[in-house]
Design a protein around this ligand. Structure first.
Ligand code: OGA
Ligand code: NI
Length: 349
């Protein structure tokens, strides 16, 4: 546990929190610039809910009205809860359980996965980039590139197998959502999938763990940010903490049982030529329960040039320049330190 004990060298906030107990937290976790401002709880029940089985319905009317709902959810919130997605509760529980087991492995057992940079296949770490940042975040993570090739830690036993199944099921759901979103923009259903090379695209499978924090109003789990991909699909272990920014206010996300939480990412904002804004979100803490979230970012092909859909540019000017997703990803990782959006780097005018 020695490596977790010094505030300047915390390699796992979980290990640190366990040894620190209810003592004050290190000042490097004090988030003075991000107070708990402006939480609008009356908006929590207005977060859109989309029924996935209606989107995939063969009844053209049901399908069309769901595409319409999807358009509103993406344009007004960039965020929605997805019910009846077809991924079994059992699979979701198994992945969650194994994710907890992974984070519970002794630090020595996870050393081989220590983060060696953004596009390495498997990386375990804490905060965001402890060596480079001034303020640290109260979370540990495992981030794995699960597409176009599947990678995963070989422990705990059985984790890789359930993670594979979950990764592929999530990808299928994301693909259907993108078809609906394409249609909602007046494009062919396959348009975004084809132009972004989605079927050979990137998927990052992140497993965040937020230990209970004795001073939950001082530290943050994750700072306000947007995700770099097209669509992020998230589930959590029943403990809240995710907040989404809507009309200038932070809104607590209270998921429905077994739903997936979906948010739009930077690449969707670019592809939709600004119609569907990449939504800002953050993770706050509590002092009682460990929170785990499974966050699957679904993006384009890393080697594909991404920009506004050509079908949209027949009637309007592009708001974003075209850039290879790999280059965008690198920029986005850098700008996160500066509390800027990577989108500022590709926005025209
Ligand atoms: C992320 C993220 C939120 C959460 O990992 O990009 O926004 O609730 N996570 O863990
Ligand atoms: Ni995010």
């Amino acid at each position: 546990m020695a490596s977790a004990a010094s505030p300047t060298e915390i390699t796992s906030i979980k290990a640190f929190a366990e040894s620190n107990g209810s003592s004050p937290i290190p000042s490097t976790y004090h988030s003075l610039t991000e107070p708990r401002d402006d939480v609008a709880d009356h908006l929590a029940c207005s977060i859109p809910v989309i029924d996935f089985s209606h989107l995939t319905s063969h009844d053209p009317q049901i399908h069309a009205s769901t595409v319409h709902q999807l358009a509103n959810a993406c344009a007004q919130w960039g965020f929605f809860l997805l019910t009846n997605h077809g991924i079994s509760e059992k699979l979701m529980e198994e992945v969650m359980e194994k994710s907890h087991e992974f984070h519970n492995l002794p630090l020595e057992e996870k050393e081989e996965f220590a983060d060696k940079g953004p596009l390495t296949a498997i990386r375990h770490g804490t905060s965001f980039h402890p060596q480079a940042e001034k303020l640290h975040y109260w979370r540990d993570y495992l981030k794995v590139i699960t597409l176009p090739q599947f990678n995963f830690p070989h422990k705990p036993p059985g984790y890789k197998e359930v993670a594979f199944e979950y990764s592929r099921k999530i990808r299928g759901v994301a693909r259907e959502l993108l078809k609906g979103i394409s249609e909602s923009l007046g494009l062919d259903a396959e348009s975004i999938i084809e132009s972004t090379g989605f079927d050979s695209g990137l998927q990052i499978f992140a497993v965040n763990l937020y230990p209970p924090c004795p001073e939950p109003d001082l530290a943050v789990g994750l700072p306000p940010h947007s995700d770099h991909g097209l669509l992020t699909l998230l589930t959590q272990n029943g403990i809240g903490g995710l907040q989404v920014k809507h009309t200038g206010k932070w809104v607590n996300v209270n998921p429905l049982p077994n739903c997936l939480i979906v948010n739009t990412g930077d690449q969707l904002e670019a592809v939709s030529n600004g119609r569907y804004k990449s939504v800002m979100h953050r993770a706050v803490l509590n002092n009682r329960d460990t929170r785990i979230s499974l966050v699957l970012v679904n993006g384009p092909d890393l080697d594909k040039e991404i920009g506004p859909a050509l079908g949209l540019l027949e009637k309007e000017d592009p708001l974003f320049k075209t850039m290879k997703y790999r280059d965008y990803f690198e920029i986005q990782q850098m700008t996160r330190f500066a509390y800027k959006s990577g989108l500022d780097e590709i926005r025209l005018n």
